[in-house]
Write a protein that binds this ligand. Structure first.
Ligand code: SF4
Length: 385
């Protein structure tokens, strides 16, 4: 066990022991929550290091939304090692690979961009699986979470494969490889070869790849734009997406933001506005996508770098507002990570986490200034005053 792992394990034991202590004061509880966030930052940093060491630093990339004539495999989830192996095994087979939902940011990595058969991103966020999988026509590989159970009318259920931690009754599962061997994707490739090519549901492209290294490469441009007033404010709009209608708030909010603002995003929340024509500020796209939900780490690194460049003592003095799309427990570690870095006045919507008791909600509001959201018009005034 490495040093970091030992520290994380020791903390997890201490935190679990504290859970059974009814006498723990509110202050001690808050300290534990912040410590959890601190470890969240460490773990996301480790994952970032693992991904960038293996596959390079994400870079500015245009991702195709249309389709080609070849049959394809659609890969979803977060596991970049599975992505790597699937691309290797499909090379030269006449089968293209498309990303879905959480896997979109794979396109930003140099190690994957080099494959000409990595054809594009197909469809939208995880909750649009039922529609997207019907029209994709070929096999789908789930590498991690967020599986929507297919309805009894679905025609795609026998085209779904899971692997790693993902699994669902009735779906074929591709087993982990033995030590020193590669995972075997031959069954999914064989099925793809007999499938129709994907039906085109949209055209155009998404621009992304703004994890910390790419943003640092643009730092001079970004800082000059802030100093000249061309960029007035950044909005961190990371988080999750879901099917509820009230999440249209985030599309409308992005549309109504003034043209001198930049959206920093990561996670599935981006699907609410990453296909909108929001333009750029002096060549800097107005939506900067850092990647998957765990790449929210990049957004924290970017904020800390800006704090250093502008020689500020408090991260909250930066022209950054936080309007995060919440989905129950899913990205809770991202929230705790931001709190541990001292970020205050984070807005969460469309509703506050249901697991918060009134007492805990009061502590969060009093200590960290956490708030919900209102109407788009109200919040525009609130955030831009
Ligand atoms: S952003 Fe949220 S919904 Fe999307 S993969 Fe991460 S946890 Fe799941």
């Amino acid at each position: 066990m490495g040093k970091e792992n030992e520290e994380i394990y020791a903390f997890a034991c201490r935190a679990m022991a504290a859970l059974s202590n009814d006498e723990l004061s509110a202050e001690a509880n808050i300290a534990l929550v912040l410590e959890t966030g601190k470890f969240g930052v460490s773990v996301m940093a480790l994952l970032d290091e693992a991904n960038t060491t293996a596959f390079g630093n994400p870079e500015l990339t245009k991702v195709n939304l249309g389709v080609r004539k070849n049959p394809g495999i659609l890969i979803s989830g977060h596991d970049l090692k599975d992505m790597d192996e699937l691309l290797k095994q499909t090379e030269g087979t006449g089968v293209d690979v498309y990303t879905h939902s959480e896997m979109l940011p794979a396109h930003y990595y140099p190690a994957f961009k080099k494959y000409s058969h990595l054809a594009g991103n197909y469809g939208g966020a995880w909750w649009q699986q039922k529609e997207d999988f019907e029209t994709f026509n070929g096999p789908v590989l789930f590498t991690t979470n967020c599986i929507v159970p297919p309805s009894s009318k679905a025609t795609y259920a026998d085209r779904i494969f899971t692997t790693g931690v993902a699994g669902f009754p009735g779906f074929k599962h591709i087993e982990n490889a033995k030590e020193g061997e590669a995972k075997d994707f031959s069954s999914i490739i064989a099925l793809a070869k007999t499938s129709k090519s994907p039906t085109e549901i949209e055209t155009g492209e998404i621009v992304g790849g703004f994890a910390h290294a790419q943003v640092f490469a643009l730092a001079d441009k970004v800082v000059a734009a802030v100093k000249s007033g061309a960029i007035k404010k950044f909005f961190v709009m990371a988080g999750c997406d879901g099917r509820m209608k009230d999440r249209n708030y985030y599309t409308e909010f992005a549309e109504q933001l003034p043209k001198d603002t930049i959206i920093l995003t990561a996670g599935c929340a981006k699907y609410r506005y990453n296909k909108l024509p929001l333009g750029d500020i002096g060549g800097i796209p107005r939506v900067l996508d850092a990647g998957q939900c765990n790449d929210s780490y990049s957004l924290a690194v970017i904020a800390l770098k800006l704090k250093e460049i502008f020689e500020l003592n408090d991260i909250n003095d930066l022209p950054i507002a936080y309007n995060i799309a919440w989905y129950e427990q899913k990205a809770v570690i991202v929230l705790l990570a931001l709190l541990s870095l001292g970020v205050k006045n984070i807005h969460l919507g469309p509703s506050l986490p249901a697991f918060l008791s009134p007492n805990v909600a009061k502590v969060l509001i009093d200590t960290f200034g956490i708030a919900g959201i209102g109407s788009v018009d109200e919040d525009m005034k609130l955030f831009l005053n």
